[in-house]
Design a protein around this ligand. Structure first.
Ligand code: GMT
Length: 385
């Protein structure tokens, strides 16, 4: 059967928050539903941006009851129960879990319970996103459970070759892992660059660098602020941080560096496209990054990126073509290149055009969603041609 004619029932288990893995999972589910597959999201909250009034989209909330006996409320068991309930009602072909724990663990437990009862269970596909391996699998409290959950999944994907090799070396596993990169489709721009700059109280001539992240330690926000400090002599350099976390912890450093006038911070912005579109360049200083969704988003709106040569970032951003890569912590390298690009708007624009076409060609929704569908079929033993 041709993949175009196949209609699957797919459960998607993800974190609902504004965060890399949750956004990728939500966009994947939405794209699958638009292709006619029936998609059931299972999480503790409705994923950000999910409109369940759209055809083929369902959301099943995991409800967690608190009992005085339990000091720590458990999520894995109610999640398992919800997977069972959804499968019993809709007969899923695949449960696609994003993030190894506890999602894959719960899905495997549900599968085992179904098989024991004689039912045909769904296939479990696990997508590794990064910190599930680079952070959590380092924890002896979680290592064995993560290794088991990955090895017993029917299919495993990783969002970059870098994460695949981190997984193999961390878990010492020979489980086959398919690399399927993340994707991003730019949204329609709803606010003009001038309108955004007016809001930010910066002029149309200012050189605006943008950073999007959850501000966790791995993002090395102090490096970003250090770069702004090194650029202080250039009055028209501005830095905008779209923060998916609380920036208050960094205010003392902003004060110490005397960079408050060149910095704008906005929290939990949904319309990221308009802000990226109003910027000149992206800045990403992460210690490590399995992929770097913020980088891809910035590129997709036609902006070049300066980033660290860490983890999977070089798989997304081509050094010298879409921007430039620097060693982790090389704040002077970043600042020197920023100054060069500020003086050369033609080069900045050319790098941005290259970034946009690379994002479109290599990380388009159409190509990546098809790879997932083929992978589901392969894991379900459904033949396609
Ligand atoms: O660190 C984050 O940004 C959150 C984290 C997550 O699980 O939501 O992101 C990870 O998954 C993203 C989507 O696949 C990747 O783009 C990020 O690179 C990855 N984060 C890290 O590896 C630190």
């Amino acid at each position: 059967m041709k993949i175009e004619n196949l209609k699957l029932k797919i459960g998607i288990i993800c974190y609902p928050s504004v965060g890399g893995s949750g956004i990728v999972a939500t966009n994947l589910g939405k794209a699958l539903a638009a292709l006619g597959h029936e998609v059931h999201f299972i999480s503790y909250d409705r994923p950000f941006g999910l409109d369940v009034k759209k055809p083929n989209l369902f959301f099943h909330q995991v409800s967690i009851n608190e009992y005085p006996l339990f000091k720590y409320p458990d999520y894995t068991l109610p999640l398992t129960e919800t997977i069972l309930m959804v499968h019993q009602r809709y007969t899923l072909d695949v449960v696609h879990v994003h993030y190894a724990v506890p999602h894959a663990t719960a899905a495997l437990f549900a599968k085992r319970i179904l098989a024991t009862g004689g039912a045909v269970p769904p296939k479990i596909v696990t997508t590794l996103h990064g910190t599930d391996i680079t952070l959590l699998a380092q924890d002896p409290n979680l290592f064995t459970v993560i290794k088991y959950s990955i090895e017993r999944s029917d299919g495993v994907t990783a969002v970059s070759h870098s994460l695949k090799s981190d997984t193999i070396s961390t878990l010492q596993t020979d489980k086959p892992i398919e690399v399927i990169h993340n994707f991003y489709t730019p949204e329609k721009i709803t606010q003009s660059p001038s309108a955004i700059r007016k809001k930010l109280k910066i002029s149309d001539d200012d050189f605006l660098a943008i950073h999007l992240s959850n501000l966790r330690p791995v993002k090395r926000i102090p490096d970003l602020l250090q770069i702004a400090k090194l650029m202080k002599g250039r009055k028209n350099f501005k830095l905008l941080i779209l923060a998916g976390g609380d920036f208050a912890q960094f205010r003392p450093l902003v004060k110490k560096y005397g960079i408050a006038k060149s910095l704008a911070v906005l929290e939990n912005i949904a319309d990221i496209g308009s802000y990226i579109n109003a910027s000149d360049i992206g800045l990403y200083t992460s210690e490590t990054e399995s992929f770097g969704m913020g980088i891809l988003e910035t590129m997709a709106y036609g902006k070049p990126v300066l980033a660290t040569r860490a983890g999977g970032i070089p798989e997304v951003l081509r050094d010298g073509a879409d921007g430039y890569l620097f060693p982790v912590g090389s704040t002077t390298g970043f600042a020197k290149k920023l100054a060069e690009l500020m003086a050369n708007p033609d080069l900045t624009a050319a790098l941005g055009r290259s970034a946009a076409s690379h994002a479109r060609e290599k990380f388009s929704s159409g190509a990546i969603v098809r790879q997932y569908l083929e992978f589901y079929c392969h894991s379900c033993d459904k033949r396609t041609n």
